[in-house]
Ligand binder design. Structure first.
Ligand SMILES: [Zn+2]
Length: 509
């Protein structure tokens, strides 16, 4: 490729074929659809090395940069410039400066131009200081692009140092929040004050307006957001997600506290592409309508690892190449609940499970089912889908009974690495049966069933033998006082033992 053939600036162009992928949301860009062609420097390998090694001595592989060819040579002075593509709406939110310059230069007729310009304004209203300055913008965006792709705590510290060095106040926030992770006592209190002061001083930059939510910060950025369904407001949330503090958002939890708010419908789309954990609904007694969860996820969450659907969520179209853990939770597995809206057909969890397809969830390895009533039926539905044979972990919580146990035991060829029945109330015989299904790791509640009938009191469980009178046999301690112990021996009968040093504890047979 000759120098002048390379893309030099950010341009808007129609996608030549339907084969390009949006670098922001990870979804394909249809043929003929207008896209932003973003010119970028492909020398990621050297770029990252020069930054990461500033603090972390560990070796890393940066092959991908070299693969694109031409600059593995250390003498190369001008790194290659390449193009990557974005939907215009995605670029407006995540690459507002680049899209704005492309819009200014384009001669094409942009149909939703006004809307895009508004979106750019929104995104720019919360730009970081280092992003506003032309001389630091590219480096800032280089850091962010790498951090968005994969969490990297060390790189976040390097980023923080760099922000500090260019006078961006977020740099100090990174430092303070990093120190808070290990601080104790008075130092911790001081750091908390410093954090509070920073957030207040730079409120407009750090915190989106009108947002009512619980935020968990991590090294200068919001890591997790917990919001009540009644506080969902797509426009406010859209603004929040466009703010720089949310650019590395990894976890979003929406608690269903209102039966009238449709969770999925009131979330802005696309959701932040950095999300790895999405929790919808309420853990216990889940019956809330959560809306079309399948469509919400399929609509561009390229890093999603964990999805919890606690309530009635429509799973139709659920598709994710990365989803490893799926949690489904509902009050009653066979009762039809509406996922919400007047048109939505009420369906039981069993029917929703039946619609899941392994080929649409290739990375799924852990399934969690929390069902208060009719868990057996949910297990039967899972067995039907053939999902079971691809899982390595199954977590069951609820009213699992003999029927469910038998279903699993019959599938003994499809052994699980982990079967967690901690929150099921199973008897010893059923647990034995399940061990053939996942012998290595069954997690069970410590002796609720066994001791409930045998000996509820601590005293009664304490078994002893009298060293001098072994013929009395094993004794149960029935009372303890200043006078010693009262022991009921199997052969010797009830005795009061003053010299307790003659008693030795024995294990229950
Ligand atoms: Zn996109």
């Amino acid at each position: 490729m000759r120098e002048r053939d390379k893309p030099r600036a950010h341009v808007i162009e129609p996608a030549k074929s339907g084969t390009s992928t949006c670098q922001t949301c990870g979804l394909p860009i249809g043929a003929g659809v207008l896209r932003l062609s973003e010119a970028f420097v492909s020398d990621e390998g050297r770029w990252a090395r020069s930054h990461s090694y500033a603090r972390t001595p560990r070796t890393r592989s940066y092959d991908s940069g070299e693969d694109r060819g031409g600059h593995s040579n250390h003498d190369s002075v001008s790194p290659d410039v390449w193009a990557r593509y974005h939907h215009l709406s995605c670029a407006a939110a995540q690459q507002p400066f680049k899209l704005r310059s492309a819009l200014a230069a384009t001669t094409l007729d942009i149909p939703d131009r006004a809307e895009l310009e508004r979106a750019i304004e929104v995104a720019l209203s919360g730009a970081d200081a280092a992003e506003e300055k032309a001389e630091t913008r590219d480096e800032y965006q280089g850091f962010l692009a790498r951090l968005r792709e994969a969490p990297d705590d060390d790189l976040m510290l390097v980023f923080g140092d760099w922000l500090h060095s260019v006078g961006d106040p977020r740099g100090e926030l990174v430092t303070v929040q990093r120190a808070l992770e290990t601080a104790e006592g008075e130092a911790k209190a001081k750091l908390h004050d410093a954090e509070k002061r920073l957030l207040a001083t730079h409120r407009k930059r750090f915190l989106p307006e009108r947002l009512v939510a619980t935020l968990v910060w991590r090294r200068g950025f919001v890591h997790r957001m917990v919001i009540a369904a009644s506080d969902l407001e797509p426009q406010t949330l859209g603004l929040a997600f466009a703010s720089p503090s949310f650019r590395l958002l990894r976890e979003l939890a929406v608690h269903a506290n209102s039966s009238t708010i449709l969770v999925a419908a009131n979330l802005p789309r696309p959701l932040p592409a950095t999300l790895r954990v999405l929790e919808l609904g309420t853990a216990r007694h889940g019956t809330h309508g959560l809306g079309q969860v399948g469509a919400l996820v399929a609509n561009g969450l390229p890093q999603l690892e964990h999805l919890a659907v606690r309530g009635a969520g429509d799973l139709e179209g659920l598709r994710s190449a990365t989803l490893a853990t799926l949690e489904l939770s509902v009050a009653n597995a066979t009762e039809p609940y509406s996922s919400g809206g007047r048109t939505a057909e009420a369906r039981p969890l069993t029917a929703r499970i039946a619609g899941l397809e392994k080929k649409k969830l290739p990375a799924l390895r852990r399934l969690v089912l929390r069902v208060e009533t009719n868990l057996d039926h949910a297990v039967a539905a899972v067995v039907e889908t053939k999902l079971l044979q691809h899982l390595s972990e199954l977590v069951l919580a609820g009213d699992l009974s003999r029927a469910g146990v038998d279903l699993l035991a019959r599938k003994r060829k499809q052994r699980l690495a982990l079967l967690d029945v901690t929150d099921c109330n199973l008897g010893a015989a059923d647990l034995d049966k399940l061990r053939t299904h996942a012998a290595d790791t069954i997690v069970e509640k410590p002796s609720t069933t066994a001791t409930a009938t045998a000996a509820p009191k601590k005293i009664g469980e304490y078994l002893v033998r009298h060293k001098k009178r072994p013929e009395w046999g094993i004794g149960k301690v029935v009372a303890e006082s200043d006078d010693g112990m009262e022991v009921d021996f199997a052969e010797g009968g009830r005795k009061q033992i003053r010299n307790v040093e003659f008693l030795e504890e024995v294990e229950a047979p």
